[in-house]
Design a protein around this ligand. Structure first.
Ligand SMILES: N[C@@H](CCC(=O)N[C@@H](CS)C(=O)NCC(=O)O)C(=O)O
Length: 224
């Protein structure tokens, strides 16, 4: 099947990183386009791709058979159905169900973390600390990572062992924030963050984001 992934600015678009990893880390062929957020090209993207309103958006198939998917969880499930041997979700049924719980919580929660520490992979913030609500989000995430890895991680660097899976793709933007904002983590969480950011597909996304020249002033706070 032909895939085209539409992403927002790679420097800023945390959800786009998920979409990217769901394809690139599983060696699924795709083409991609970056539509910068909140500029005229963005309005054109919305006009051209009803009912999509957000990125990542995956255009799967061609012609009359093409389907537009504008939600990263739906993209994960669709790609898993199309490529059941790719390892997008873990093989073990319980691990798979737990991974989906973690993804769903990541998808719908952590408002404080998201709003006070937006993803910006071109910066290292010096003065932004975690307030109480943000720290509660971080603590919850560390607890979930430890619980999941203790049950299904084995000796591997990722939550399901030695290969990245969808649940890792969902947490990769959080790993980016933890590094950018110098968030204090326990050693196991820190090792996991380092593994996520060191994955070749994450590094490729970072390299592209660093080359971008678009600037969203609202996340360029804490400047020298
Ligand atoms: N449900 C979407 C949400 C994605 C999302 O909010 N993406 C942001 C960019 S990181 C976006 O498109 N924002 C544009 C807007 O809200 O107008 C998903 O899971 O992929």
């Amino acid at each position: 099947m032909h895939y085209k992934l539409i992403m927002g600015n790679q420097a800023y678009s945390s959800w786009s990183l998920r979409g990217w990893l769901l394809l690139r880390a599983f060696d699924i062929e795709f083409e991609h386009e970056v539509v910068p957020l909140y500029v005229p090209a963005w309005a054109q993207f919305i006009a051209d791709h009803f009912p999509a309103t957000t990125v990542p958006t995956l255009l799967a198939g061609e012609g009359d058979d093409r389907i537009t998917l504008w939600d990263s969880l739906a993209i994960a499930e669709f790609l898993h159905e199309q490529h059941p041997a790719a390892g997008i979700w873990p093989l073990d049924m319980r691990a798979r169900a737990a991974a989906r719980c973690l993804c769903a919580e990541m998808h719908s929660s952590y408002v404080a973390l998201r709003s006070t520490m937006p993803m910006n992979l071109r910066r290292t913030y010096k003065t932004v600390g975690a307030d109480a609500e943000t720290r509660a989000d971080i603590d919850r995430i560390e607890q979930l990572w430890a619980w999941f890895a203790a049950n299904w991680g084995g000796a591997g660097a990722y939550l399901c062992g030695d290969r990245l899976s969808a649940v890792d793709a969902f947490f990769a933007p959080v790993a980016s924030r933890f590094r950018t904002y110098n968030v204090a983590l326990d050693s196991a969480s820190q090792a996991y963050v380092d593994a996520l950011l060191d994955h070749p597909a994450t590094r490729e996304f970072y390299a592209a984001g660093r080359r971008e020249t678009w600037v969203l002033e609202q996340v360029e706070f804490d400047q020298d």
